[in-house]
Design a protein around this ligand. Structure first.
Ligand SMILES: [Zn+2]
Length: 237
């Protein structure tokens, strides 16, 4: 398993990204694509069915693919999985795929990364019904402080939408996320994760080094990593 080094910036949600020196990425692979995890220094993977690319005719095949591929040790989480009311198939099908992926996550003892757009009640209802033991993380969050508090009270981790997090008006939200639940991401967009760390460390009035230590601890907790030994294959700075 590829793991971040203690001084790495961790970008928790990327699509077809590249690790750079000092940056560790979690690349989100999607079952409708034909891409498998590779052994690349500085990269770990999640694997799942994105609701945008789900339909009645590819459902079974995508579920089978997820079941088969997530046993790969390079895949450290399931997802992104979830609900989108603005794009994708019927809620019934999205729910079916989501429940199945929660089941796969529990079976493989891997946490879940969630994509959720305007379906928070449905997400919380699914959580209440399924009672997962593995941790869940919302990626790309861009809701209110009140909604964040509701999700955090259920034990969820949270990564804020890359575009919102760089704006001054996100500071209140950042300060209201307990530091033991926060992650940061670029979502593979053309933004620098280091700028996001700078903004958040300003919001929290801590140094970037302290923020790196916080996110690394969250990484270890979320992915149940007991000892974080340095990846020997990584080149040294
Ligand atoms: Zn994504």
């Amino acid at each position: 398993m590829n793991l971040p080094r203690p001084d790495d910036y961790i970008d928790i949600h990327v699509h077809s990204g590249r690790a750079a020196r000092g940056i560790f990425i979690l690349e989100s692979l999607m079952a409708h694509e034909d891409k498998l995890p590779e052994s690349i220094s500085g990269v770990a993977y999640t694997y799942g069915i994105h609701p945008w690319f789900l339909n009645e005719s590819n459902y079974s095949q995508q579920i089978n693919t997820v079941e088969n591929i997530v046993v790969h040790p390079g895949i450290i989480a399931i997802g992104e999985a979830g609900f989108d009311k603005l794009r994708g198939p019927s809620h019934e099908l999205q729910l079916k795929a989501f429940e199945e992926q929660v089941h796969i996550a529990e079976l493989n003892q891997k946490p879940l990364i969630i994509h959720c757009v305007k379906a928070w009640d449905e997400l919380l209802a699914a959580r209440k019904k399924l009672k997962p033991r593995m941790p869940w993380m919302i990626h790309g969050f861009r809701g209110s402080v009140k909604l964040a508090e509701q999700l955090l009270s259920k034990g969820l981790f949270m990564s804020v939408w890359f575009d919102f997090i760089l704006r001054p008006e996100s500071s209140e939200l950042i300060r209201n996320i307990p530091t033991d639940r926060i992650f940061l991401e670029t979502d593979g967009a053309d933004v620098d994760i280091r700028n996001i760390y700078n903004k958040v460390s300003d919001d929290l009035q801590i140094s970037v080094e302290e923020l790196k230590a916080i996110i690394l601890t969250n990484f270890k907790n979320f992915f149940s990593i007991k000892s974080l030994t340095t990846d020997k294959n990584r080149e040294t700075d």
